[in-house]
Write a protein that binds this ligand. Structure first.
Ligand code: GRG
Length: 302
């Protein structure tokens, strides 16, 4: 397997899928069409060139479990919409109040706070609209698709990513201990990285054993990804990251390096990456792409 070529194919498929699902607005006001300004602000953030980690994880897991790639594309793109909404809302003045995201001014800096809230709400709702329509196109796999949508809803929702974000906000002016930090990162970060793995497995009607292996894989890459994100905020380069660095310290935010020091945080991330690779063992050669993906995520500087 040529990892670079395969990764480029997956990313291209996602970019194409996103553009097909959310084409440019065709009319300023027309029933059944997204209003032009709303559509523009949704597309602004969605097509701003993120790494597409979550949808690529879904397409790769779907391939590994022999799911028709066309069936998996829509939920993969929907997860990217949900991720993008969370970034738009996270950047708002009531949350992190950031000016830069994906190398561009944040949504509210361009369109205003009200429009940015709606762009986020729009992407979240549209994600589920797209996934439900996609499910109805595959009546023979309807149950698998409904389970996949549920897995995504739970991990993005009030016991998943939103729960993590709410505890993060709760501790804004309070000292966070390891238990709280783990909870926040499991839910805020790892849950949305686990969702695409489980969604692919649901469509494949995979057994419990496979679900557990993928859940363990998602947990490890999610926590490692977050520790690395914390480390990049200290050691990374703002131009490559497309956002300001040093913000965690400036905001007095608790992170793994703040809790344990940079060296120990690196060791923790290394152990988690190794654990992630180990949880793919039972998939043998079929997990070759996912293994290479983990190595690439591990080496990322952006
Ligand atoms: C507003 C409900 C709600 C949740 C916000 C995603 C999030 C939760 C906050 C963003 C801040 C942050 C550091 C989250 C941790 C997850 C993370 C590292 C997100 C960035 O994901 P990447 O690196 O971004 O995949 P790109 O731009 O490449 O898609």
């Amino acid at each position: 397997m040529n990892y670079e070529a395969q990764n480029a194919r997956y990313v291209a498929r996602v970019e194409e899928g996103l553009r097909a699902l959310l084409p440019e607005a065709q009319a300023a006001w027309e029933t059944g069409k997204i209003p032009e300004g709303l559509c523009q602000s949704m597309r602004y953030s969605l097509l701003a060139g993120g790494k597409r980690v979550r949808p690529v994880l879904m397409l790769a897991t779907a391939d590994m479990l022999h799911v028709d790639p066309q069936e998996a594309l829509c939920p993969a793109c929907a997860i990217e919409m949900i991720h993008t909404y969370s970034l738009i809302h996270d950047d708002l003045p009531g949350m992190d109040d950031d000016d830069l995201r994906r190398g561009k001014p944040t949504n509210h800096k361009v369109y205003g706070v009200g429009a940015a809230i709606l762009a986020g709400d729009g992407l979240l709702n549209f994600a589920f609209e797209c996934m439900l329509q996609n499910a109805l196109r595959y009546p023979q796999h309807l149950q698998g698709h409904v389970r996949a949508i549920e897995a995504i809803a739970v991990r993005a929702g009030v016991t998943g990513m939103i729960a993590g974000q709410s505890i993060d906000l709760l501790y804004e002016h309070r000292q966070m201990d390891e238990a709280a930090l783990s909870y926040v990162h499991q839910h805020k970060t790892a849950d949305l990285l686990t969702a695409p793995l489980l969604a692919a497995a649901c469509i494949a009607e995979a057994d419990e054993h496979i679900m557990h292996a993928l859940e363990a894989f998602g947990h490890s890459i999610g926590m490692a990804f977050q520790i690395q994100d914390d480390l990049l905020d200290i050691e990374g380069d703002a131009a490559s990251l497309g956002k300001a660095t040093g913000m965690d310290a400036e905001r007095g935010k608790m992170t793994w390096p703040a809790l344990y020091g940079v060296q120990r945080a690196h060791a923790m991330a290394d152990a988690l990456w190794t654990q992630a690779i180990a949880s793919l063992e039972e998939f043998g050669d079929r997990a070759a792409y996912l293994r290479a993906f983990v190595q690439n995520l591990r080496a990322r500087r952006a």
